[in-house]
Design a protein around this ligand. Sequence first.
Ligand code: WTA
Length: 657
Amino acid sequence: MQSNSEEIIALPLNFKTHANFNLENYKDLQASFQQDYLGTWAKLAQEELFWHKDFSQTLDDSDKPFYKWFLDGETNISYNCLDIHLNDRGEKAALIFEDEAGESEILSYKVLHARVCEFTVYLKNLGVKKGDRICIYMSLCPEAIIAMHACTRIGAIHSVVFAGFAAHAMKDRIDELSAKILITQNGFYRRGKIVDLLEVATEAISKNSPVEDLLIFKRVKEPLSLQSSLKIQIHDLDRELKDLANLNLSTHEVLEQTPEWLSGNDTSFILYTSGSTGKPKGIEHNTAGYLLWAKLTSKWVFDLKDEDVYWCTADIGWITGHSYVAYGPLANGATVFIYEGAPNFPEADRYWALIEKYKINIFYTAPTAIRSFQAWGLEHIEKHDLSSLRLLGSVGEPIGTETWKWFYENIGKSKCPIVDTWWQTETGGIMLSTLPGVNYMIPGTAGPALPGISAEINPEGLLHLSKPWPSMLKGVYKNPDRYIKGYWTKIPDSYLPGDLADISVEGYIKIGGRNDDVINVSGHRLGTAEIETALAKHQTINESAVIAIPHAIKGEGIVAFVVLKQGLMNVTDSQQSHGSTEERERILKEHVANEIGAHAKPERIIICEALPKTRSGKVMRRLLKDIAQDRLPEGDLSTLEDKDVVAKLLAVSKLKQ
Ligand code: WTA
């Protein structure tokens, strides 16, 4: 791609002058990385993190690709986010929280630290130790962040499961992790209705579960309703944390809970994400390198200043909610705003009302949300004073030129730089983005690799990272082969994210989408194989093929072509079977939502007689994509086993219009 001068948008001058990271810093750091790559990382790690014991080796690469960063150094993530601010920022707001009903809570660094320490004592009393896996199934609320920090404080490995996941998906994760503890809450409000997390959580652990203790925060007023049949310890945290406070532990005993000092390479958390097989993979992150990059990128990319109120709309169930809500900004001593609820409740102006009320300065969200704001109309935005905003960010999927411009003009009023940040669960932090004190912007193009990150594009257009970096994943939990084959085999000694990209002469990189069977629905990664596996569990299904088609709001929408078991339905007889076909489609959509979660629910189910397969038995997905978009199939169809299948598919698909 050759960048075209009309597309370039210059940075506002005030950003260049006041940015945390300016052109001079940028040039110096680039030169330093070029001269001494590992020495520069070592220097940054020494400057940015508190080390209980210094590391002597920056990177151990003796067992590639299992790179180990800061292996013999000792530190702690939560200590670096909380304790280090107590002297200078103890009274400063660390978290500002508002729930959907409008109740708010402000937690200063001192208060957040005390509550994390209290929960740490509680978990230790339960017997939690370094290395234990703890599953967290919660909404975006202060208690969830407290639970995450208490885990990293002890060195217990947390695995947050997004609160939209269904019981089956959670059970799979809990089982693979052999998690003995599940932390959840009795519910939360979404669009005015209670989402009963406890019901899903208890279902997930109802049969043959490794979970021994279920910990429940009381987040909605309704009394806890519990299935008494569960043969595990059930803890009402509302009561038990009060009992703990009554134990007369001195404030000193609680607050001086020295954190566990962990090796730089100890696992801090595992977060599951989709790949191209039917089974999600547990991405394992280290301690020191992860935090170093979460801290540096928060400071550089978001230009976080002490006086800023920063809002990232991501849920803690995703990596963005880890790196840029729970950890990176707090490591910088920032004030983080969190909101638990829907963006259009009670009205479609909720986000803009929040920005006005809390004078938010930095707003980081996903293109799918921006496209919804666009669709809801400008009148909701115009009602509010958004003049506090000074920087906007986008993450999770390609934003596209038009949406970028809309965001820039209507939310940023053409004065706020936009950082379009490309990264992944696996990379731990942002890899590609413009820096708001350094680089001009090109709408729809993420930007150059950040200092220290070596992004390249091979002749097939595959983006790859040719040097290890501190916040890289450690591996795939219990699956070293999947780690090696999935990321390190195709391009030797290079990490392969699976995205296609284009690069300009200035090193600006534009992401083109995925190169594998991973689809991106509203910024959520889903494997087509994962949805097919879920469909296969339904008694009526013989086989299925899932594809994605463009969707105006969600980016991509899921379409599933399914073949039912013999004798279940004569799909060609539209007159007779139409009603029942619709019912079947509805049932199958619900089935996927029940297996994975509502975010995986197909837009369309197309019941067909047979899938278009090549003579070697592979489903011809490009043909299905054409059909799902009512296009006549293009390209070479000569390898199809049964040519008649095309006409039949077209006929069935048309029935749905
Ligand atoms: C996509 C989210 C274009 C990409 C942080 C990547 C993007 C996947 C961008 C990772 C962006 C993320 N522009 N595409 N700015 N950011 N992606 O693991 O395909 O949930 O591989 O991490 O989202 O999704 P994940």
